[in-house]
Design a protein around this ligand. Structure first.
Ligand SMILES: Cc1cc2nc3c(=O)[nH]c(=O)nc-3n(C[C@H](O)[C@H](O)[C@H](O)COP(=O)(O)O)c2cc1C
Length: 198
């Protein structure tokens, strides 16, 4: 089985829903299995403590999850046009993996959700690719052979799946966005399997 890590951070649930859809796409590929993981909040309170395990949802990711995966899908809400600090914090702790080239050659993709339509989906997606490229990962986008990329009136970019959640973070993932999430997970799993068999 090729294990595909779907690693995300989500507060309002939009990116979590996208992660579940990407995982659905992964699971549609025979021989691939999705592993959902999240990261804890970063506490800025002096002496502040976060729960050691999540109250609900998938477990927190360990560096071993990164090392063990055959492919990685990385999802974050857009925060001021960039990825959220907790996810960046987790990646900043992956220096030892980088030194060993442990992720080099593995396929990866990124996805995000925003409150506003032009609030930085593409900048976030591109900035999320940077640490993955430093790790030597093979970063994949979404091709325009997916007709939803041309049709969408909400999220969905060639840089990765995205979702326009609205200012209240209350818009459901639309049909085109949903199809693109599933297609992205599926594509990642297919490429990971091909690479692992090569
Ligand atoms: C501190 C902060 C910064 C944000 N920055 C942006 C932004 O730059 N552009 C945008 O459109 N939405 C922004 N948002 C809204 C979130 O990206 C949006 O609500 C997203 O769907 C949240 O995902 P989640 O439900 O998975 O937590 C921001 C939200 C917060 C709390």
């Amino acid at each position: 089985m090729a294990s595909i890590l779907v690693l995300y951070y989500s507060v309002g649930g939009s990116v979590r829903r996208m992660a579940e859809l990407l995982a659905e796409g992964v699971e549609r590929v025979p021989g691939a299995a999705a592993v959902l993981r999240t990261v804890p909040r970063v506490s800025t309170r002096i002496g502040g403590q976060e729960n050691a395990i999540p109250e609900k949802g998938p477990p927190y990711a360990e560096l071993e999850d990164l090392e063990a995966c055959a492919g990685l899908a990385l999802g974050s809400p857009t925060r001021f046009g960039n990825m959220a600090a907790p996810l960046k914090h987790f990646l900043d702790g992956s220096g030892l993996l980088w030194q060993r080239g442990a992720l080099a050659g593995k396929p990866a993709c990124v996805f995000t959700s925003t409150g506003t339509l032009h609030g930085g989906q593409e900048t976030t997606l591109l900035s999320m690719m940077l640490p993955l490229l430093h790790h030597g990962m093979l970063v994949m986008g979404l091709p325009y052979t997916q007709p939803e990329l041309n049709a969408t009136r909400a999220g969905g970019t060639p840089y990765g799946a995205s979702h326009f959640a609205g200012l209240g973070d209350d818009q459901p993932v639309g049909d085109d966005e949903r199809t693109l999430c599933i297609a992205q997970g599926r594509r990642l799993a297919e490429v990971a399997l091909r690479l692992s068999r090569a």
